[in-house]
Design a protein. Structure first.
Length: 82
């Protein structure tokens, strides 16, 4: 019975609260319209702040893996639009 209650709280692979949070964020960014570019420095600063939080230097392989994955996704989106 507890499993059914836990399963009812989830939609797909995300919990309900996470889906609601992402939906709310998407709505707010969509409401910004053309001004969403102004959030770029905010996210850049947040990324820099997150980079300096760990006490040790992170390894390089996650950056390379993310770059390769991003390039592959961009190539795939360009090759097969829609």
């Amino acid at each position: 019975m507890a499993d059914a209650a836990l399963a009812g709280e989830r939609t797909g692979t995300l919990p309900v609260w996470c889906g609601g949070l992402l939906h709310g964020l998407a709505e707010r960014l969509a409401a910004e319209g053309e001004r969403c570019l102004l959030w770029l420095p905010v996210f850049l600063g947040a990324g820099i702040g997150i980079h300096f939080v760990p006490k040790v230097e992170p390894p390089l392989w996650p950056g390379f893996a993310a770059a390769v994955a991003g390039a592959g996704a961009a190539w795939g989106a360009h090759r097969h639009p829609g």
